[in-house]
Ligand binder design. Sequence first.
Ligand code: DX5
Ligand code: ZN
Length: 258
Amino acid sequence: MVSSRRVAAGCARAARRGRTGGDGRLRSYTGLVTVPLPIVAPSILAADFARLADEVRAIEDTADWVHVDVMDNHFVPNLTIGLPVVQSLRAATRLPFDVHLMIEDPRRWAPGYADAGAYNVTFHAEACADPVALAKELRSAGAKAGLAIDRDTPIEPYLDLLPSFDTLLIMTIKAGFGGQRFIPNLLDKVRTARRHVNAGHLELRIEVDGGIAVDTIAEAAEAGADAFVAGTAVFGADDPAEAVRRLRSLAQCAAPRA
Ligand code: DX5
Ligand code: ZN
C-alpha cells in the first residue's frame, strides 16, 4: 500500500518532469505505482493558421501529440485543412501527429495521412462501414489506428472492435467546431470503455475531445480518459506551453491509481 502523500509527491514530480514521448507506454513514476502518463494533445484548430509552424513550436517541449482536425464540410458543416497542410507541417516539428478525420469516406483518404507520417489516424465510426478493415490498413501503413465516437453515437456496438484499434476518441461535444462547452454526461461512455479496456487488458488510449480545460480535465481523467485534446485551453492561453503543463498535472493527479 502506497501512502497518498507518496503518490501525491510522485504525481507532482511526474507532472514537472513532463511528457511521455508519445508512445503510450506505461511508466513508473513513484517507483512503486505504475500508471499510464496522460497524453496532452493540443488541437491546432484553435491556433493561428497563418503561423501554424510557430504555434506548434511553442508547445514542442511540453505537448505529447499535436491534434490535427480535418473537416470536410460534409461529415461536419465546418471546413478546415487537409493533406497538403499536414505534409508541410510534418517537416516543421518532431511532435507526433494525432490526426482526427471528421470526413466522409475515410477509407479513401485516411491512408494518405498515415503515409504522410501521422503517428495516429482517427476516423469516425459513423462514417465508416468497415472500421476494422480500415484500422488494418492504417496499421499496415505504419500508423496507429483510432476510432472516434461522436456525441450522439452509443459506444456499445463498437466495444468488440477495440482490439483492432490503438486509440478510442470519445467526443465530449458534437464534432465540428472548437470552443464548445464540455458535456459531462458523455463521460459515461468513457467509464464504459475504461471498464471494458481494463477487463480485456487491451492497450488502448481513451482520448477525450471537446471542451477540455482546467475546469473539466480532472473529471475526464477520473472517468478513465488518458489522452486529452485541448484547443482553446492551450492556444487561447497567454502561455500555451504552461497551459499544457497545467493540464497534464491536473489529469495526472485525478487519474485513477493502478
Ligand atoms: C472539434 C474538434 C476538437 C476541437 C476542440 O470537433 O474535434 O478537436 O479542436 O476544441 P476545444 O478544445 O476548443 O473544445
Ligand atoms: Zn478533434
